[in-house]
Design a protein around this ligand. Sequence first.
Ligand code: HEC
Length: 151
Amino acid sequence: MMHFKRHIFLTSLIGVSIVGLRWFCVAAPPKKNPHPAPTAGKVSYYHQIRPILMTKCLPCHSTANHAGMLDVTSYTALLKGGAHGPAFVKGQPAKSLIVGYLHGKPMLMPKGGPPLPKEQIALIEKWIAQGAVDDTPKPHGKPSQQKVSHR
Ligand code: HEC
């Protein structure tokens, strides 16, 4: 009789712990993915904007050769901006220096033209409108933070 009771006790104990464990797994907050897949509609600075600037503006706006005091090679440099201040205003494409210049106001960039394709200008405007988020990967990310999500 004693033996039987103990058996039930143990079974239910295991049962409870399994349920508890599963609850824990489900309820555990999702680990921050260090490499989020590009979400549809959300413009990525690092994957979409930076490559445009690096191809079209770098000859004149690099760290070494910063025309108008502007360096387009990093988010930080863009935010710092050039002779006329920050290249963009978060959330406000219409107030962003870079957008004006891309439309030829007060001067067309890339200097000497041709202007960027409409889609690229629109993409830059969209990125700024979405808050000009910096998604540059951190160069000194601790390996311990890069947990592999188990799916
Ligand atoms: C052929 C060289 C050249 C290229 C390519 C070029 N620029 Fe420029 N840019 C200049 C020069 C020179 C100035 C300074 C103009 C002045 O104020 O007299 C300037 C100024 C600017 C300024 C104003 C900075 C400030 O604060 O005064 C912005 C913004 C800018 N460029 C953005 C861009 C962007 C974005 C691209 C690429 C799409 C680009 N430029 C490509 C030569 C260039």
